[in-house]
Design a protein around this ligand. Structure first.
Ligand code: GRF
Length: 209
């Protein structure tokens, strides 16, 4: 059984997609053992509680400085001992010590086709605003392993989504979620849980279903 911790900051629709996929059997061999949010107002916390999953809020504001927060977050993860950490819209940069402690066991979903529209400053709606500003005709989402960089880890899966003429950032965000994110992230978790996907020597090794 793959024990996962899901980290969230906002709406939690990706968390919901994971919970629904576990319930429906699209994700097997997996248990969500906890949800961690940096934002006390995150709707994702309510989604976790409604599902009977322990939900913890750890806000940087509760700590003296970033170093203290990073230490607390890393310690919390070590206490929970998950097999996999899933960043599902988590707006906190993962501390290096945590990346090192959970090497090859942290994945993230990003709402663009990396390496486009990613890195520092590209989060949430901003990603879609930038894609529309640039006038790309295709965007999408990427699931990747997390390393010390920002959206730089080895890519696991990507899915393209069409950009339409009248799109607003909100409309495009929703389409990317529906057509890519909510499919890719549960798929990657199921692959890892069932031994079809792993990081070996810094490279993604995937066995097709
Ligand atoms: C998603 O678009 C995710 O890719 C990005 O932040 C958004 C989070 O949405 N990193 P939600 O909280 O899962 O609804």
């Amino acid at each position: 059984m793959l024990r996962i911790v899901v980290c969230v900051s906002g709406g939690g629709t990706n968390l919901q997609a994971i919970l629904d996929a576990v319930d429906s059997g699209k994700i097997t061999n997996t248990e969500v053992i906890a949800v961690i949010s940096n934002n006390p107002g995150a709707k994702a916390l309510t989604r976790a509680e409604n599902h009977g999953i322990p939900a913890v809020c750890m806000s940087p504001k509760e700590y003296g400085d970033r170093e203290a927060y990073n230490q607390a977050l890393t310690d919390k993860m070590k206490e929970l001992q998950p097999d996999l950490i899933v960043l599902a819209g988590f707006l906190v940069k993962i501390p290096e010590a945590m990346v090192a402690a959970f090497s090859g066991r942290i994945i993230n979903i990003h709402p663009s086709l990396i390496p486009s529209f990613c890195g520092v400053g590209y989060y949430g709606l901003k990603v879609h605003e930038k894609a529309l500003e640039r006038g790309v005709k295709v965007t999408g989402a990427t699931v990747h392993f997390v390393n010390e960089g920002m959206d730089e880890g080895p890519i696991i899966a990507q899915k393209a989504v069409e950009v339409l003429d009248d799109d607003t950032p909100e409309i495009l965000q929703r389409r990317v979620m529906e057509q890519a994110e909510w499919i890719l992230l549960p798929g990657a978790i199921d692959d890892i849980a069932n031994g079809r996907l792993e990081l070996v020597g810094g490279k993604v090794r995937k066995i097709q279903r």
